[in-house]
Design a binder for this molecule. Structure first.
Ligand code: ZN
Length: 141
């Protein structure tokens, strides 16, 4: 039986020696090591969408993910210092995707319309999502 650390933020399984989540880069130094269990099937069929950068990089987003410089997509977003560490949450309900700005300093825009903080807004495929006016992403659902 192998042992793992399950990230409290994104539920990713990490090696017991990790102090930083491999998926969302969250601090898991204080997370207890537990026995590895096969994840339930519902975990593997979580809805997924893609955010595509203008230079062809993909950020894969699952239902419930938070995107930001220290969250999902960190490897792509890291150079954009004005994007918040936890910038926006993505959720999928009944097949529809929603985005929620997490009270960011530099805001979130869909097709140049600014999102209100804490208000879920539906996303449609091919919309242009802008994080903090620095990073433009195309929504692929
Ligand atoms: Zn994580």
């Amino acid at each position: 039986m192998s042992c793992v650390k399950v990230c409290p933020t994104c539920k990713a399984t990490n090696a017991p020696t990790e102090v930083m989540c491999v998926r969302c880069l969250g601090d898991i130094s204080g997370v207890a090591v537990e026995e590895d269990r096969p994840s339930p099937p519902s975990q593997e069929t979580r809805p997924v969408m893609t955010l595509k950068t203008s230079d062809g990089k993909d950020i894969i987003v699952h239902d419930g993910d938070v995107v930001g410089r220290m969250a999902v997509g960190a490897d792509v977003i890291e150079p954009y210092k004005t994007v918040s560490r936890r910038h926006a949450r993505f959720t999928c309900e009944d097949g529809n995707w929603y985005i929620e700005d997490l009270n960011t300093t530099n805001e979130t825009y869909i097709d140049d319309v600014r999102l209100s903080t804490g208000k879920k807004v539906q996303l449609l495929s091919n919309q242009r999502l802008t994080l903090s006016s620095a990073l433009e992403l195309i929504v692929i659902i």
